[in-house]
Design a protein around this ligand. Sequence first.
Ligand SMILES: Cc1cc2nc3c(=O)[nH]c(=O)nc-3n(C[C@H](O)[C@H](O)[C@H](O)COP(=O)(O)OP(=O)(O)OC[C@H]3O[C@@H](n4cnc5c(N)ncnc54)[C@H](O)[C@@H]3O)c2cc1C
Length: 438
Amino acid sequence: MSKIIVAGGGHGGIAAAALMAKSGLDVTVYEKNSGDNMGYDWTDIFAPESLELIGLGLPDEDLFEYKTDMTFYSTNEKIAIKQDVPPDELEIKMERRDIYKYIIDYAVKCGVQFQYGYTIQAPIIEGNRVVGIKTDKGDVYGDLIIDACGCNSPVRSGLPKNWRIQNTTRKNEKFYVYRAFYNKIDGALAEDKYKVCLLPEGITGIGWVASEEEYTDLLIGRFRPFDIDEANRTADVFRSKNPTLGTELVRGGQFVEIPVRQPLSLMVCDGYAAIGDSAFMTVPIIGSGIANSFRAAKILAETVIADKTGEFKGEALWNYQYNFYKKLGSGLAPLAVVKLLLTKLKPEQLDYIFEKGILTSKEMTITANSTSFMDFFHFSPDLPMRGLSILKDKDLLANMLWAGKTMASVVGICAKIPKKYEKAKVISWAWKYDQLFR
Ligand SMILES: Cc1cc2nc3c(=O)[nH]c(=O)nc-3n(C[C@H](O)[C@H](O)[C@H](O)COP(=O)(O)OP(=O)(O)OC[C@H]3O[C@@H](n4cnc5c(N)ncnc54)[C@H](O)[C@@H]3O)c2cc1C
């Protein structure tokens, strides 16, 4: 029987492992953490329907709650724009450790083996094929390596450059995040329960302050690394405007990275497929990747199960990438252009956009369910007035025109993804796709 290795216990890797093991395949997950230390000490928001795709229903009611609408602010914090997520699209909020427990218990029931405490160092390559992983406990060989090691995967990074699978991220493709839960100040009231600040302090990035019952959740994100002194300074700035945010660290307090970019242009080759953050499957504007990892897991598992040769060549695995792009990737990739646009905006331009109503609650109702750039555009009777406001700022107009043109090109190239795997064609397609985001 074919031996399938999932490198790293990413959400999509575990979910795909469960579906593959259920169909009788021999699947083992290799993960650096111990089983009781998976994930982070904080909560996550994701679309509950994605669980159904991997054969799971909603978890017990005491394990989740429905997410509160976010309220967005630009740099000067003069105008607030509140999301208005329709009830049938509400996402759920769960402890990350509970999400992991839920999917791991399921995967174990499906027959997946877990090997904890293995730090993966690199792929093992023979000829044109990935045949295994190097770990701190020795080499492990398999017929297919599923890379679920996250944004900085040592498996993807170790692939030969001439295979054209992008090894590392480029500028503005990764978000450096500090997230911590602080005590909630007794008696203090939050103006908005879930406040998201865009370009806070004029720095390209975001910050949020979510006032929960027992603590206040702070996230600081930038497009460059920063240290604890800078995080503490910024936290003090947030404290001065958000009375619920205390100084006592209750949970979290870690630095982490999230890919915020277009999905990988080539995510398969002989013996290898990337999933989740390893393949950059997050919603590029907001960094949510759990639901998309589950959605991709279903597509990957179906592809692997359908390959009765057990050879898992690039040709067969290409169906996974093709179907991923048709169902998800072609909607996510243009959103990466919106993210690039945000990195080009000056704080005063963002303030102007908020003040002139160019962005409305409709556009800000972007959720982890937003897998199409059309989710970002809404036609309304005041559209001409909004357009006129853009025309008045030449620099903003130039940026908007660039974004519109680039998005159209991205949509065009995604529509032309080759259906069949012919190496030269696939590499040429990937090159053209990558060029659009430079
Ligand atoms: C602060 C923060 C908040 C977020 N909030 C949300 C949210 O609310 N909703 C949402 O949908 N998404 C959220 N995300 C994004 C989400 O975490 C990812 O998109 C999602 O988990 C998919 O990533 P992954 O599981 O593929 O990779 P990861 O979460 O990075 O998991 C990779 C796994 O591989 C293991 N691993 C890594 N390297 C090695 C190695 N060398 N050897 C062995 N094992 C290894 C890791 O220990 C980990 O278990 C957030 C991310 C961060 C950082």
